[in-house]
Design a protein around this ligand. Structure first.
Ligand SMILES: Cc1cc2nc3c(=O)[nH]c(=O)nc-3n(C[C@H](O)[C@H](O)[C@H](O)COP(=O)(O)OP(=O)(O)OC[C@H]3O[C@@H](n4cnc5c(N)ncnc54)[C@H](O)[C@@H]3O)c2cc1C
Length: 403
């Protein structure tokens, strides 16, 4: 999701400037930015639709420890819509706890972005690591995400997380940010920065979600969030390192929407990122064993006596953690468009062009973070993706079509 907290919406209004049919010609700014190549946002470009449950946990990720027989279990699951973004920082917390009993070898259960990252970090700290999991990263829910640095996206509910969570979150988010920066410019572009444009028909404004007094139910009374104001937001703590949104003048705005902001956003390309992490894991002597666990006691049967537990949303059943709440999300994928490497967000549509494809998401702007809450159906819905494409298409309309 585009970062920056600027609300977009309203009816289509006056156009700022005139795009051509082949290139969206930006009026020459003082330093002459090259014109943007328009995205091809038509349903015939769809190559895949993926559906996934965010492992949302009311109190935020579980990073606690517990003893099962003679085995120390360090939990590392429940990262909501922020798992990729917090993976390194969360791994740092988990590996530090695992190291506290001075093991020579550890097990990691789970090979999504959280488990695999923690496994590599443990190896870098000198430990021998075996990953036990049902699937390797390419088949996990992690590979069905969208892939941006969004460290406080549905990461917790403010009240159950408590006032201390902000500090832990900031520590994890900053650690991850630094770690991702070491992967910039690496062959295969696992991590990149692209321009992201927020487009609207009315002047952009900061999104606030005050509590609706008409809604009296809450997580405390129902076990599920009932409105957006219950979610925790912490991104203001990173203002000093994460690029902000700037408004564009009419001359700088090449899109057929009257208002535009631009920021520079970090993205992850899943295919190369996953391969690079797996390659490092095996190069450092890591072992992968395909296993399906059915109860916590089975972890105590492993030969490693320190286990990092990273099964994501599956912890709801495996660990009977009923504070995990499913939050359904869907990404549509268009064939890659490397000449149009930027992102746009307009009305309910988002298009994020990366080397692993153009990711399309459909946001219900009225529901916001409540979209998908309580929905555990992982069945793709093509109409949802097509509706997002339809919302975005007018941005590239020719002047004649818009007249
Ligand atoms: C639509 C969508 C978009 C998203 N976009 C972003 C984004 O832009 N940025 C971001 O930071 N986050 C994003 N997320 C969130 C992110 O995808 C998750 O937080 C993250 O993938 C969680 O990773 P994980 O490793 O904990 O879980 P998973 O990827 O689910 O991995 C769990 C692992 O545990 C294994 N496992 C599970 N149960 C068992 C068992 N019983 N026995 C053995 N092994 C088991 C699985 O095989 C797998 O290897 C998005 C999520 C969605 C749905």
């Amino acid at each position: 999701m585009l970062r920056g907290g600027l609300a977009l919406g309203g009816a289509l209004g006056l156009q700022a400037c005139a795009p051509t049919a082949t290139k969206v010609a930006s009026a020459s700014s003082r330093f002459g930015r090259p014109p943007l190549v328009p995205m091809r946002l038509t349903p015939d470009q769809i190559v895949d639709i993926k559906c996934c449950i965010r492992p949302f946990r009311a109190a935020g990720p579980n990073l606690s420890t517990e003893q099962i027989g003679d085995t120390l279990v360090v939990h590392n699951y429940g990262h909501g819509g922020s798992g990729w973004s917090l993976s390194w920082g969360s791994g740092e917390v988990a590996v530090t706890k695992a190291m506290s009993v001075l093991p020579k070898e550890i097990a990691v259960v789970g090979c999504g972005i959280i488990g695999l990252t923690a496994a590599v970090m443990a190896q870098r700290a000198g430990l021998k690591v075996t990953i036990y999991a049902r699937e390797t990263i390419q088949r996990t829910r992690s590979f069905r995400a969208s892939g941006s640095y969004t460290p406080d996206s549905r990461v917790c509910l403010a009240e159950p997380a408590g006032p201390g969570f902000g500090d832990l979150w900031e520590q994890m988010a900053r650690f991850s940010w630094k770690s991702f920066r070491t992967m910039l410019g690496v062959a295969g572009d696992p991590v990149v920065f692209h321009d992201s444009y927020g487009l609207s028909d009315t002047p952009p404004h900061r999104t606030e979600h005050p509590a609706d007094p008409a809604i009296t139910a809450s997580y405390a009374t129902t076990g599920r969030p009932q409105q957006q104001s219950e979610f925790g937001h912490y991104s203001d703590r990173l203002k000093d390192i994460v690029p902000g949104n700037i408004p564009l003048s009419a001359e700088e705005n090449p899109f057929a929407a009257p208002y535009a902001t631009r920021t520079s956003q970090m993205h992850f390309n899943f295919a190369s990122y996953g391969q690079i992490l797996l390659a490092e894991f095996f190069a450092r002597g890591g072992r992968f064993e395909q296993r399906d666990f059915h109860a916590p006691a089975e972890l105590a049967g492993l030969k490693e006596k320190v286990v990092i537990h990273s099964t994501g949303y599956a912890a709801r059943d495996l660990w009977q953690d009923k504070t995990m709440i499913p939050v359904r999300g869907q990404t549509g994928w268009l064939a890659p468009q490397p000449d149009a490497a930027y992102s746009i967000h307009y009305k309910n549509g988002l298009a994020m062009s990366k080397s692993d494809g153009v990711c399309i998401m459909n946001f219900d702007t009225a529901l916001g973070e409540m979209q998908g809450v309580g929905n555990s159906l992982e069945i793709p819905d093509r109409t949802e993706t097509e509706a997002a494409l339809a919302a975005l298409a007018p941005l590239f309309a020719s002047p004649a079509a818009r007249a």
